[in-house]
Ligand binder design. Structure first.
Ligand code: DGL
Length: 283
């Protein structure tokens, strides 16, 4: 079989963030090939309505289907929250979002049954993580919180800055008070801020130092958990790539390919050779 005949894993996101999901997938499935679409022209999705996120997501899937994909990963938490069910009803191709894997990870990790979840406004107000967790365990108390500034801070490269730490501390204050032992990073960008978030959650100021200490908060990376589920699913369905020849990936965006190429390396953890422009309104 020629390389170009092999079906790839399609991944879409509102922009560059979904590369954190692609990165985790490639870490555990290094021979898989991906087709990535980042909707950079219409990013961010976080503050948008369900109707618009659904419309955009539908076009993104249509584009990926034109690229010979065998499976689609909705890497964007906002799209997963607002559009995954809608998409699954409309397309035959198997699809996976990032909410369920993250929720499952939290259910498995929590001991005191107090879980925090942070994400964009769209993800948090949809209640999707709460629903997904309660489907597995109704006893878990969930504290959802939107942290919209984290997206721009990450894209600005403000990863290890004092300002970011202060913002994280301010955002996460209410969660610290609730003595959660598990925190879901429910946004594509947040894995890059793991260090800052962990630190901000650690500071035990005004915090009782007895049982269920805040020092022990487990961060759940939805990207990591999704990659594990992708692997499991492809194995089960016998959809894994058979060849161990060097994989070739393709990256597409709806605007500013050069910006994506530069920024994307930080999210993917490796160089992106080429990024192609797509007129997403055609799909
Ligand atoms: N990709 C989005 C998410 O995971 C974050 C960026 C955006 O708001 O579009 O929810």
């Amino acid at each position: 079989m020629k390389l170009k005949d092999e079906k790839k894993i399609g991944i879409f996101d509102s922009g560059v963030g979904g590369l954190t999901v692609a990165r985790e997938i490639l870490k555990i499935l290094p021979f898989e090939q991906i087709i990535y679409f980042g909707d950079t022209a219409r990013c961010p999705y976080g503050p948008r309505s369900k109707k618009i996120v659904r419309e955009f997501s539908l076009q993104n899937v249509n584009f990926l289907l034109s690229q010979n994909v065998k499976f689609i990963v909705v890497a964007c938490n906002t799209s997963s929250a607002l559009a995954l069910d809608f998409l699954k009803k409309r397309f035959e191709i198997p699809m996976m979002g990032v909410i369920e894997p993250g929720a499952k990870g939290a259910v498995e990790a929590t001991k005191n049954k107090k879980v925090g979840v942070i994400g964009t406004l769209g993800t948090i107000s949809s209640g999707s993580y709460v629903k997904a967790i309660h489907k597995m365990d109704k006893k878990i108390i969930i504290y959802p919180l939107s942290c919209p500034l984290f997206v721009s801070l990450t894209e600005e490269g403000f990863i290890n800055k004092k300002a970011t730490y202060l913002i994280a501390e301010e955002y996460l204050k209410p969660l610290k008070k609730k003595r959660i032992d598990t925190l879901i990073l429910g946004c594509t960008h947040y894995p890059l801020l793991k260090g800052v978030i962990r630190n901000a959650m650690k500071k035990s100021e005004g915090f009782p130092k007895d049982s269920s200490s805040i020092e022990n908060v487990t961060l759940i990376d939805s990207a990591e958990k999704t990659a594990l589920d992708v692997k499991r699913f492809l194995l089960e369905k016998d959809l894994l790539r058979k060849s161990d020849k060097e994989p070739s990936h393709k990256f597409f965006v709806s605007d500013q390919p050069d910006k994506f190429k530069k920024l994307g390396q930080r999210f993917l953890g490796k160089k992106i050779k080429r990024v192609e422009l797509v007129d997403i309104n055609k799909y």
